[in-house]
Design a protein around this ligand. Structure first.
Ligand SMILES: NC(=O)CC[C@H](N)C(=O)O
Length: 208
């Protein structure tokens, strides 16, 4: 058995950092731009950056529909920050109709921590990776609200949900790839390779 292959959507944003973090936890990490590059992937990361830019690029390159289909066929996805925004069914505080995957039934508040807190760092408890707090980096981060049934909150900052799991989909408002702690990438790799299966979860219908 070779290493599980995990892709990183590579138009814009924190791509090399995710590729490095994935290699560090034992995955074969590959940049993804074309739909055919999804073939054979165990998981896919959508990085932070600017969610409208990344969503528009995914639409233009045909990746938005391709990823949705691939996810419904069993693919695992992890979205960080802008990537998390693209996973939510409802986007608040931005362009409400911006292109997205819409795979996690929740609302996301773009730039939810306000303009004053452009970025911050905090040590948070993160459910599922052990008791040691995780050092997090937030950059113009969203938060998540109105979580649908089956969406499990994994971490909070100032009473706001900043990490969720929905079956084999994971979303964090912060950037674990910018620190050296690889526990969240390992957690995602386990999700993607069946380490923590959750057969009760059904993938929602594609967002219209
Ligand atoms: N660090 C980030 O990914 C920022 C996300 C950005 N604020 C957006 O709304 O797309």
């Amino acid at each position: 058995m070779g290493r599980p292959r995990v892709g990183v959507v590579a138009y814009q944003g924190a791509v090399p950092e995710h590729l490095r973090a994935l290699e560090a936890v034992g995955a074969e990490a590959v940049p993804v731009r074309w739909p055919r590059e999804l073939e054979g992937l165990a998981g896919l990361i959508i990085p932070g950056g600017e969610s409208t830019t990344i969503g528009d690029a995914m639409k233009t390159w045909g990746l938005l529909d391709a990823v949705r289909e691939w996810a419904q066929a069993g693919g695992a996805i992890y979205g960080t920050c802008a990537g998390a925004i693209l996973l939510a069914t409802e986007i608040r505080g931005g362009k409400p109709d911006q292109p997205r995957l819409g795979l996690i039934p929740m609302a996301v508040q773009r730039n939810g921590f306000g303009r004053q807190i452009e970025s911050c760092e905090a040590d948070l408890e993160f459910k599922g990776i052990g008791p040691e707090p995780f050092h997090t980096v937030f950059i113009r981060a969203p938060y998540f609200e109105d979580l649908g049934p089956g969406v499990e909150p994994l971490a909070e900052l100032d009473g706001k949900v900043v990490a969720v799991r929905y079956g084999r989909f994971l979303a964090t408002a912060f950037h674990p790839e910018l620190t050296d702690d690889r526990r969240i990438h390992r957690f995602f790799l386990d999700l993607a390779t069946g380490g923590t299966p959750d057969p009760a979860q059904e993938v929602p219908a594609p967002h219209a």
